[in-house]
Design a binder for this molecule. Structure first.
Ligand SMILES: Cc1c2[nH]c(c1CCC(=O)O)Cc1[nH]c(c(CCC(=O)O)c1C)Cc1[nH]c(c(CCC(=O)O)c1C)Cc1[nH]c(c(C)c1CCC(=O)O)C2
Length: 344
């Protein structure tokens, strides 16, 4: 049963609360000077991800400032390809770089055998966090959705058109299924360990789900997510799981009903009246302030926040952004946002 102290878990359990719980995607990050200092101390972003003491520290930093209702483990979705044996580097200013796997002949380079040795420091971070966070704060573990993780594995970096992965998936669907199956298996094992170490909720970030065709979305977003949810629930029947299928539009209803996720994360483009009348009737929703409003601040940010609160107030709701917070955000605007929501 959810600890009644933790409003975040209560909302996930279906309660409609007068003031919604709040956390922000990428709440630990470069917009905070104390994050930049700890990252410099660690050496690099990846060194920070694999250093349990410092990863724990940066997870706690936004809680100290804003007392968010949930903490999210500090790590990255790309630790899975790395654990499977794919070389990963983060180049300053360029984002992630992996040795791309462009077709099924590259799958032999991946192995599931060593994943826990590679991911061990992350389990240690979760366990430290579980002891360190305040009693009223929930601890979120996470992984990338299999399709999104695969986009980086196949493209080798961020992409604008995802041409390589769509060519692989549409041209050799059976071969591509094998890649997705490997990612599903690794992700399931990884998340089970996070829950064992103390994660109370899991979020699956399917950031690039929206680039797929209709059948592609069913086969490579809905089906793999359903498998992960079923495997986690076989061990932890009550585990809350949030799916964030960014850009999924009308697929969100099938996504919610067919995968069995507890809640759906909304990107900023989703019409909220439609959400209130359709999706929120099926379970809790989370979102969806455009992170750019945290840069502009001002009355526009408050007006947009008020619209979101007003439209989703009649059902279970968690306040969040529609995508991750950006480095240019002013910490004062985050403060203003949180104070406004809590003053309602
Ligand atoms: C696609 C994706 C990635 N990582 C993630 C996603 C899915 C969500 C989304 O779309 O934002 C998820 C992620 N990445 C990070 C977290 C930590 C937890 C949190 O505070 O939300 C989470 C949940 C830390 C991070 N992951 C990254 C940073 C910035 C690294 C730095 O400090 O230099 C952080 C704090 C780097 C990263 N990691 C990734 C990219 C493309 C980049 C480079 C872009 C960028 O620099 O912002 C892959």
């Amino acid at each position: 049963m959810p600890n009644s102290n933790k409003t975040f878990l209560r909302a996930l359990n279906g309660e409609t609360l007068p003031v919604p719980p709040i956390w922000l995607m990428r709440q630990a990050g470069r917009y905070l000077p104390e994050y930049r200092a700890t990252r410099a101390e660690a050496g690099s972003f990846l060194d920070l991800c694999y250093n349990p003491d410092l990863a724990c520290e940066v997870t706690l930093q936004p809680l100290r400032r804003y007392d968010f209702d949930a903490a999210i483990l500090f790590s990255d979705i790309l630790v899975i390809p790395k654990a499977l044996g794919q070389h990963l580097a983060f180049k300053q200013g360029e984002g992630p770089q992996l040795e791309p796997i462009r077709d099924a002949s590259g799958l032999g380079r991946l192995s599931i055998d060593g994943i826990h040795a590679s991911l061990g420091p992350i389990y240690e971070t979760v366990s430290k966090l579980s002891d360190a966070i305040p009693d009223h704060t929930a601890l979120i573990g996470f992984a990338g959705g299999p399709w999104t993780v695969a986009t980086y594995m196949v493209e080798g970096k961020g992409s604008k058109d995802f041409a390589n992965i769509r060519r692989f998936a549409y041209g050799d669907p059976k071969g591509f299924d094998q890649l997705i199956d490997i990612v599903v298996e690794a992700t399931t094992q990884y998340l089970l360990k996070q829950v064992e170490a103390g994660a109370e909720c899991i979020q699956l970030f399917e950031t690039w789900g929206g680039v797929l065709s209709e059948n592609g979305f069913k086969r490579w977003v809905i089906e793999p997510t359903k498998k992960i949810v079923a495997s986690l629930r076989a061990v932890h029947p009550d585990l809350p799981i949030i799916g964030f299928p960014r850009g999924a539009g009308l697929h969100m209803i099938d996504f919610k009903q067919q995968t069995g996720v507890t809640a759906v994360g909304l990107d900023s483009g989703v019409p909220l009246k439609w959400v209130a009348e359709n999706l929120q009737k099926l379970g809790p929703v989370q979102g969806n302030l455009d992170p750019m409003y945290l840069i502009t601040g001002g009355d526009e940010m408050i007006d947009e926040t008020r619209r979101i609160l007003e439209t989703l107030k009649n059902g279970p709701f968690i306040f969040n952004l529609g995508h991750g917070i950006t480095p240019e955000t002013s910490p004062d605007n985050v403060d203003k946002l949180v104070k406004f929501i809590r003053s309602q």
